[in-house]
Design a protein around this ligand. Structure first.
Ligand SMILES: Nc1ncnc2c1ncn2[C@@H]1O[C@H](COP(=O)(O)OP(=O)(O)OP(=O)(O)O)[C@@H](O)[C@H]1O
Length: 420
């Protein structure tokens, strides 16, 4: 849940009463408490698929299309690759993502496809090293910022499994975090009574009992209560970009509704949301502008909300299936091109001899050039034909090929003779 930092900068503080080794928490965005073991926590129709995947493979382009001209890019991830710091195993293999202001993005994908890793890399989790690519957040290089600076810049992350902070009272934690943010923004700190007045409506909106405030952060909280508490933090601290990793897991349907209502209430035309989820249920409550499908460390598809329906009904096979249909249709296209190549080739070969004779008179030095000229008249821009032509000619009509080669040699000799 809370962003931790091994730094002692002005916005970090230590909880002296923590039972375990000293933890330094980044404030005010909190949302990342590092535990090295945490990442392991958890885990149609063709028309419909095609419609859903009007989707493009280049999210950077797709996300910006059709958007309000005034909405500015908030987060721009380009070719991001990242490895596990310890083992150097590559997890992110070139992620592209553009999130504009006022947009809600959902990332879906099979277990282990790299969704949580992407979000953790974005908040600067020390378990990962960025090896390539860039991340621009609000016009600044996010990768150059410390995790704490990222949160102060307006990035919030809610973890899949929010951690406990034994010995730290929830309301104190929120209060300190909130004041740290105010300090950073050059605003005066507020006292406990004023803070409670600020906090109470948010608690109500999330249907959280006041008891939760006096309990230690997440200690003994049920899964759903932890998730609500994460959203409470988001509501208190605010964010330009909130990353919610599986906020729906462990929530009953009423809790999901409450959480979604609270999240929707926080959305403005200026801030954005990046949600990681496995289920359409959440997306029915929080409507995404775009859904991205992640696979093997990359975003492989981007589309509208209908992708979630396809996924729910057909699973990831439906998405991959559409991919293979696409590939099959490309295969069909290749066959058609081959047939056309054949026809063109026959036509060319038949006419070649006449043209060659004509061109010999003009001293064209190479038979290849003759072919080039012939073909370019018909399919000037279709380079595929150019490449295929000789290969097909050689394979399918070896005698003609040899004959033309000989002519080419004769043409060369002719040119050499002329030059001398
Ligand atoms: N710190 C780490 N050490 C070792 N392996 C890691 C680490 N972080 C991520 N991985 C591996 O990287 C892959 C991607 O993990 P990640 O948690 O990002 O997947 P995910 O898409 O969020 O999965 P899920 O849907 O199950 O939450 C997994 O195979 C995971 O085991």
């Amino acid at each position: 849940m809370a962003a931790f930092l091994p730094s002692t900068s002005c916005c970090s503080f230590k909880f002296s009463n923590l039972p375990s080794k000293s933890h330094v928490f980044t404030l005010p965005a909190l949302p990342l408490l590092c535990r090295r073991s945490n990442y392991h926590r958890h885990h149609l129709s063709l028309n419909r698929v095609t419609a859903a995947l009007s989707a493009v493979d280049s999210p950077l382009k797709s996300s910006s299309e059709g958007q309000d001209e005034k909405s500015q890019p908030l987060l721009q991830v380009t070719g991001l690759t990242a490895v596990i710091a310890e083992s150097k195993q590559e997890i992110l293999k070139g992620v592209n993502l553009l999130v504009n202001e006022g947009e809600v993005h959902a990332i879906m994908g099979k277990n282990g496809s790299g969704k949580s890793t992407l979000s953790k890399v974005l908040v600067g989790h020390p378990d990962y090293e960025v090896t390539e690519g860039s991340v621009v957040f609000k016009g600044e290089n996010l990768l150059e910022m410390e995790p704490e600076e990222r949160s102060l810049a307006g990035l919030f992350m809610s973890f899949q499994s929010p951690v406990e902070i034994p010995g730290v009272n929830n309301i104190d934690f929120l209060h300190m975090a909130y004041n740290a943010r105010r300090r950073k923004l050059g605003q005066p700190e507020i006292g406990p009574i004023e803070f409670y007045a600020y906090l109470y409506p948010k608690l109500e909106r999330l249907s959280m009992k006041t008891d939760f405030l006096n309990r230690n952060v997440n200690e003994g909280f049920s899964g759903g209560e932890r998730k609500r508490n994460e959203i409470l933090q988001l509501a208190v601290l605010g964010a330009d970009l909130a990353i919610l990793d599986e906020i729906d897991s462990g929530l009953d349907v009423d809790a999901l509704r409450d959480v979604a209502k609270a999240v929707n209430g926080l959305l403005t035309p200026k801030n954005s949301l990046l949600m990681i989820t496995h289920y359409r249920r959440l997306l029915e409550f929080i409507k995404p502008t775009f859904i991205h499908i992640m696979e093997d460390g990359r975003i492989i598809k981007t589309g509208d909300a209908s992708i979630a329906t396809v996924l729910e009904e057909g699973g990831y096979k439906a998405i991959s299936g559409s991919g293979s249909n696409f590939r099959e249709s490309r295969g069909l296209g290749k066959i058609l091109i081959s047939i056309c190549s054949w026809l063109v080739m026959i036509w060319e070969v038949v006419s070649a001899f006449d043209v060659v004779n004509d061109l010999v008179a003009d001293s064209v030095p190479h038979a290849d050039a003759v072919f080039q000229q012939l073909s370019s008249n018909v399919f000037r821009t279709w380079e595929y034909f150019m490449l295929e032509k000789h290969r097909l000619l050689q394979v399918k009509c070896p005698r003609l090929f040899v004959e033309l080669q000989l002519q080419s040699r004769d043409l060369n000799n002719h040119a050499v003779l002329q030059a001398s």
